[in-house]
Design a protein around this ligand. Structure first.
Ligand SMILES: [Mg+2]
Ligand SMILES: [Zn+2]
Length: 269
């Protein structure tokens, strides 16, 4: 409890929106990015559809500073609230985002596996509100054991207030989030709790900020970069410039059904 007698939330409760117990018998751990990986859009761009005239004014766009994207989105969300955009406007805009090719088939595959197969985690630099809105509509919220994203909730004035996820000192990631720090901490903590490692770890992503966590995977693990997206290009460049440096097996995908095909083989081992 803090000095006011209220219990202090544990850090894991703040970070994760779903803190139920996860059984210790899972064989595999699979991480997903959200934007352009699960949905075929960038949610931060999509939310502009809720703005008057479906665009942001130039003065607002001009406030963006490189490396300070999270603060910029906080201003965008404040602007939307000032313009009278409501929670239901934002939710319905998010719910319209299409899934990427084959992604719902991959979700179905994961759901149909025995419960001791997959622990499923989402790691995204969008925000918890956008992600949960979409997942609920898609009927996929229950698939994810944990969601790590920038926390966002509506305040009493009806404005979506977003906060940075954490701070870190990784030089290649934006100030508010290094997914490698999240993945490393999560794997280390779960290994402690479980008393044993996972058979394999998987990472499904598309962006430059998905390269950083995938670079921490080992030779038994599999990186699933969306083909010809930045994560895939960075892996290819690393293979060329520093052979052996990127250790995970790399399986690029255009449709997530290709991810299913590879997982089918690996779960049968
Ligand atoms: Mg992405
Ligand atoms: Zn990083």
């Amino acid at each position: 409890a803090n000095c006011h007698g209220r219990p202090t939330p544990r850090r894991t409760d703040i970070m994760a929106s779903h803190s139920g117990h996860i059984s210790s018998d899972k064989r595999f751990l699979i991480f997903f990015d959200f934007d352009e990986t699960i949905v075929d859009e960038t949610s931060d761009d999509m939310v502009v559809q809720a703005a008057p005239g479906q665009h942001l004014p130039g003065w607002l766009k001009d406030t963006y500073q490189p490396g300070r994207y999270n603060e910029y989105m906080q201003r965008v969300l404040a602007y939307l609230a000032e313009q009278g955009v409501t929670e239901s406007d934002i939710r319905s805009t998010m719910e319209k985002m299409p899934s990427t090719p084959g992604m719902l088939t991959l979700f179905q595959f994961l759901r149909n596996r025995p419960p001791q197969d997959f622990e499923v985690i989402l790691v995204s630099d969008a925000n918890t509100y956008f992600i949960e809105s979409w997942l609920r509509r898609a009927g996929a919220r229950q698939l994810f054991h944990r969601i790590f994203s920038n926390p966002a909730t509506f305040n009493k004035d009806g404005r979506l207030v977003m906060k940075p996820f954490h701070s870190h000192d990784c030089p290649r990631c934006p100030d508010n989030m290094c997914k490698q720090v999240i993945v490393r901490d999560y794997v280390a903590r779960r290994k402690q709790e479980r008393g044993r490692p996972y058979q394999r770890i998987f990472y499904v992503g598309d962006g430059a900020n998905d390269f950083c966590p995938a670079a921490a995977l080992g030779p038994r693990d599999v990186a699933f970069p969306r083909r010809d997206f930045p994560m895939h290009r960075l892996i290819t460049e690393t293979h060329e410039s520093m052979p052996g440096e990127f250790k995970a097996v790399t399986v690029p995908w255009v449709s997530a059904e290709e991810v299913v095909q590879r997982l089918r083989k690996l779960v049968a081992e």
